[in-house]
Design a protein around this ligand. Structure first.
Ligand code: FAS
Ligand code: PHB
Length: 393
C-alpha cells in the first residue's frame, strides 16, 4: 500500500534547517511535509552548535519557538581570546551594539520538534531510500520507504535540508553542480559534561599545543573542544586525558577554575570548508549543510542554515501570497553572498587560532602578529566582532 500525499513544499531533512522552515511556512499558511531518514529520538539527541546570532534568534521568534530560549539561554556580550598566556576580551556589544545567544542546537531542535508536533504537522521519520524527481517538471515528487510502506509526496517545491550527507544535492546534474572544498589537517575533540563553565563567557585559545575552546550550554553544563590531528580517534582519549590536555591549553587562572567531571558525550568532528553551487535547481532549493559546511570556529554553521531558511521562507511567502517568483529566482544568489562571507570568516578565524605546522615558524610569527594587531586595533576587533555576531539578513 502506498501513502500518497500532496503538499505545497516537501522538506527533506528534520534537522534545524528543515524544522525551522517547516514552522515558518506553517505560520505563513503554507502546507509542508517533512521527510527524515533517522528516528525522531536520534535527531533530538544530536549534540552540535551552541551560539546563535541575532538573525537566528529573530527567526526562532517568527517561528513561535523562542520562549524557552529566552528563559534558559545565555545572552553573551563578548568572548575572550587567549594567546601567549594572556586573555583579551572582544567586547561584541560595545563594538557592534549586538550580542549572541548561547543556547544549544539540541535545544533548538527539540523546541522546533515540539512545536511541529503540537501543530499536528505531517512528519515522516525513519524514511529510507528517499528520492526526489520532477524538479524540472510541473510537479516535484519525493518518494521513500517507511516500515515497508511506499511514501509518495507530490509538491510544488522541495527544500533540500538533508545536510552534508543528504540526497538532495545529488539531484543537481553533475555538469551543473560546482563544489568548492578545503579539508583541514585537524579536527575537534569535543566533550560535554555537567560541570560549571570555567568562565562566564567563551574562551578561544591559540596555544603551542593547539587550539582549545571553552563553551557552555548552561551555568551547569560545559562544552569543551581541543584541536587534534584529523586522524585522531575518540577511543584514544579517556576523560582524564581530555581534562589534562584542556588544562594545559588554558591560562593559569582558567585552569585553576576548571571543574572536571564524567563526559556526557565525547567525539571527534572533522573540519572542512565546503560550498555547492547553485543552491537551486528547478523546484529544488538547498538550505543549510546540504549546500555548505564551515569549520565550527566561527560558530557559523547553524546560523548560516537559519539565514538560508529565512530567505527561502520570505521567497515562498511572496510566491504563495502574491504569485511573485522574483525572490525565488534570487534565492541562490542571495544565500551564496552571505555563505561566502561566512566561509571567509570561518576560514580566517580557523587559520588564525589553530596550530598549522605546515606553515612553519614564519606562519607562527604571522599568527602572533595578527593576534597582537587584532586585540590592539579597534578596527580589527570591530571586523572580528561584526562577523561573529552575524551580518544582517
Ligand atoms: P543537519 O545535518 O543538522 O540535518 C540534516 C537532516 O537531514 C538530518 O536529520 C539527517 O538525518 C537528515 N537526512 C540526511 N539524509 C537524508 C535523506 N536522504 N533523507 C531524509 N533525511 C535525510 N555549527 C556551529 O555553528 N557550531 C558548532 O559547534 C558546530 N558543531 C558541529 C559538530 C558536528 C559533529 C557537526 C556534524 C556539525 C556541527 N555544526 C556546528 C554545524 C551544524 O550545527 C550544522 O550547521 C547544522 O546541523 C545544520 O543544520 P541542517 O542544515 O539542518 O543539517
Ligand atoms: C559550542 O558551544 O558548541 C560552540 C561554540 C562556539 C563555536 C563552536 C562551538 O565557535
Amino acid at each position: 500500500m502506498t501513502i500518497q500525499l500532496k503538499t505545497q513544499v516537501a522538506i527533506v531533512g528534520a534537522g534545524p534547517s528543515g524544522l525551522l522552515l517547516g514552522q515558518l511556512l506553517h505560520r505563513a499558511g503554507i502546507d509542508n511535509v517533512v521527510v527524515e531518514r533517522q528516528s525522531a529520538d536520534y535527531v533530538a539527541a544530536r549534540i552540535r552548535a551552541g551560539v546563535l546570532e541575532q538573525v537566528t534568534v529573530d527567526l526562532l521568534r517568527e517561528a513561535g519557538v523562542d520562549q524557552r530560549m529566552h528563559r534558559e539561554g545565555l545572552p553573551h556580550d563578548g568572548f575572550d581570546l587567549l594567546f601567549k598566556g594572556q586573555r583579551h576580551r572582544i567586547d561584541l556589544h560595545a563594538l557592534t551594539q549586538r550580542r549572541v545567544m548561547v543556547y544549544g542546537q539540541t535545544e533548538v531542535t527539540r523546541d522546533l520538534m515540539q512545536a511541529r508536533q503540537a501543530a499536528g504537522l505531517p512528519s515522516h521519520y525513519e524514511v529510507e531510500d528517499v528520492r526526489i524527481d520532477g524538479l524540472q517538471g510541473s510537479i516535484a515528487e519525493v518518494t521513500g520507504q517507511h516500515q515497508g510502506q511506499a511514501l509518495r509526496i507530490q509538491a510544488d517545491f522541495v527544500a533540500g535540508c538533508d545536510g552534508y550527507h543528504g540526497v538532495s544535492r545529488s539531484c543537481i546534474p553533475a555538469d551543473v553542480l560546482r563544489t568548492y572544498e578545503k579539508v583541514y589537517p585537524f579536527g575537534w575533540l569535543g566533550m560535554l559534561a555537567d560541570v560549571p563553565p570555567v568562565s562566564d563567557e567563551l574562551i578561544y585559545a591559540n596555544t603551542e599545543r593547539g587550539f582549545a575552546l571553552c563553551s557552555m550550554r548552561s551555568r551547569t553544563r560545559s562544552r569543551y573542544y581541543v584541536q587534534v590531528p584529523s586522524s585522531e580517534r575518540v577511543e584514544n582519549w579517556s576523560d582524564e586525558a581530555f581534562w589534562d590536555e584542556l588544562a594545559r591549553r588554558l591560562d593559569p587562572q582558567a585552569a585553576s577554575h576548571l571543574t572536571r567531571g564524567p563526559a556526557l558525550e565525547k567525539s571527534v568532528a572533522p573540519l572542512r570548508s565546503f560550498v555547492a553551487e547553485p543552491m537551486r535547481w528547478g523546484r529544488l532549493f538547498l538550505a543549510g549543510d546540504a549546500a555548505h559546511i564551515v569549520p565550527p570556529t566561527g560558530a557559523k554553521g547553524l546560523n548560516l542554515a537559519a539565514a538560508d531558511v529565512g530567505y527561502l521562507w520570505q521567497a515562498l511567502s511572496a510566491y504563495y501570497q502574491s504569485g511573485q517568483s522574483q525572490a525565488l529566482d534570487a534565492y541562490a544568489e542571495r544565500c551564496l553572498r552571505r555563505v561566502w562571507r561566512a566561509e571567509r570568516f570561518s576560514w580566517w578565524f580557523t587559520s588564525l587560532m589553530h596550530q598549522l605546522p605546515a606553515e612553519g615558524e614564519f606562519g607562527q610569527k604571522i599568527q602572533e602578529a595578527e593576534l597582537d594587531y587584532l586585540v590592539h586595533s579597534e578596527a580589527a576587533s570591530k571586523a572580528l566582532a561584526e562577523n561573529y555576531v552575524g551580518l544582517p539578513l
